[in-house]
Write a protein that binds this ligand. Structure first.
Ligand SMILES: Cc1ncc(COP(=O)(O)O)c(C=O)c1O
Length: 443
């Protein structure tokens, strides 16, 4: 497990008998106490990452630069409180995420609303809450906002999300900066947007935004996108007399989830962004602009560990690429990423994380899809029925994308601290699911 140490939370250790611990809590004991599947999150890893992001921006993009956590990676009231306490803002994409952020007591001025198809009612709720910024994704979204903000005494700050035509190297499902991406205003629509903004009276354009996608391991595309946004800022200034004060380069910093991927450190990432922005501002004659970033995955992925139990196994014919399937009690219902875009993970047996491997297995989920395999071909010690499997770097885009496929309740989420365990979300029950199902028999 040595070469995969950076896939596990910072507070990972061992009990006296060698079982895996996080923040001093035995993961096998937690699986016994809370059942499986279950997701545990290390408080220390989340806080440390937030602090590193803030410190790196303070060093490399000083001024009013800000880090916003992208709640889509995973959001719960307790997590939003923790994030706000660490001084980060929050990005939300729906009235549901907004409700969680407000329930957590997050300052509305530190919340941004994103979305390529946010229903008008949800935009109204965000405006009523006094949200800090609405990120406009299209000319249609801009036009829809016009009557909603008309006549406001204090104009609503807005950002334009542009498609910068920078294709970052990542899976095409999580690539969003190329010209044909579904997100963002085409560069060619910038002038039309500027004219519509000039004609509208209740909003003020403060920022240009781009998000290139997720799981990006190189700084170059971010720097390239900053240059594109600055060129747009020049056009707004020179042709439309609109002066922005913020560049938002979205999220997307990659994190290894399976070992073998070389991470770009938060510090190196911030340094590259800071240099690109500083040099670009100087070249284009801007006073230093505020830099905003929106990391999601890189804050929450490593903090999270998913716990499953082995329910059954199936031997595979000789010559197969694995000795057998281990069937787990979770899978694509709580983590769709392997099935959706081939995401790779690393796992160990929680009771013996350092034991040598005896066999290569496929870790199969419980859901009725052949594609529901969490890990293909992982070497593990010989597992027995009932053993707990711990899946590393499982915190991002797992629970937040969870479903009730096969009418299976969603797992609980626990926050682990040295001083105790806090339940962030309880396990869903069958009663929860039945509560929204109307038992009407059609006549
Ligand atoms: C606009 C925007 N910002 C930030 C993020 C967060 O990206 P990541 O979790 O890769 O950091 C996303 C993710 O899709 C996004 O769409």
């Amino acid at each position: 497990m040595v070469e995969t140490a950076d896939l596990w939370p910072l507070g990972t250790g061992r009990t006296a008998s060698g079982s895996l611990t996080v923040a001093g809590h035995d993961l096998v004991a937690l699986a016994d106490a809370y059942g499986t599947p279950a997701y545990v999150f290390d408080d220390a890893t989340i806080r440390d990452t937030c602090r590193r992001y803030r410190a790196a921006l303070a060093t490399h993009a000083p001024g009013a630069s800000r880090v916003h956590y992208a709640g889509k990676a995973w959001l719960a009231t307790g997590l939003a409180r923790l994030i706000a306490a660490e001084g980060l803002g929050l990005d939300v994409v729906s009235a549901g995420e907004l409700a969680v952020a407000l329930r957590a007591g997050a300052d509305p001025a530190m919340i941004h609303l994103h979305g390529n198809a946010t229903p008008t009612d949800e935009v109204r709720l965000a405006l009523a809450a006094g949200i800090g910024q609405i990120v406009i994704d299209s000319l249609d979204a801009l036009q829809r906002l016009v009557p909603l903000v008309a006549g406001r005494q204090r104009p609503q700050p807005v950002a334009l999300r542009l498609t910068p035509e920078v294709a970052a190297e990542t899976h095409h499902h999580i690539q969003t900066g190329h010209a044909s991406a579904k997100f963002g205003l085409p560069l060619a629509a910038l002038d039309a947007a500027a004219r519509a903004l000039a004609a509208a009276d209740g909003m003020v354009l403060t920022a240009l935004h781009a998000h290139l996608g997720s799981q990006i391991f190189s700084a170059a595309p971010f720097a390239a996108a900053i240059e594109v946004l600055l060129a747009c800022a020049v056009r707004l200034r020179d042709a439309h007399q609109i002066v922005i004060d913020e560049i938002n380069i979205g999220g997307g910093l990659g994190v290894p989830t399976a070992g073998g991927q070389a991470p770009l450190s938060i510090e190196a990432y911030a340094a590259a962004l800071g240099t690109a922005l500083r040099d670009g501002c100087r070249r284009h004659g801007f006073a230093p602009l505020r830099l905003v970033i929106e990391p999601g995955r890189s804050i929450i992925a490593r903090a999270g560990v998913a716990l499953y139990r082995v329910i059954a196994s199936k031997p595979l014919p000789a010559g197969s690429d694995a000795a057998r399937y281990l069937h787990l009690d979770g899978g694509m219902g709580d983590n769709i990423r392997p099935a959706l875009y081939g995401a790779q993970y690393h796992a160990v047996l929680a009771a013996q994380p350092d034991a040598p491997a005896d066999e290569t297995v496929h870790l199969a989920g419980r859901y009725c899809e052949s594609g529901d395999v969490l890990i293909h071909g992982i070497p593990l010690p010989r597992a027995a029925i009932g053993d707990v499997v711990a899946l590393a770097s499982a915190g991002a885009y797992t629970l937040s994308m969870a479903s009730n496929y096969n009418w299976v309740p969603r797992p609980p989420a626990l926050l682990l601290r040295r001083d105790g365990v806090r339940l962030l979300q309880r396990r869903e029950t069958i009663e929860d699911m039945l509560a929204r199902d109307v038992p009407v028999v059609p006549a």
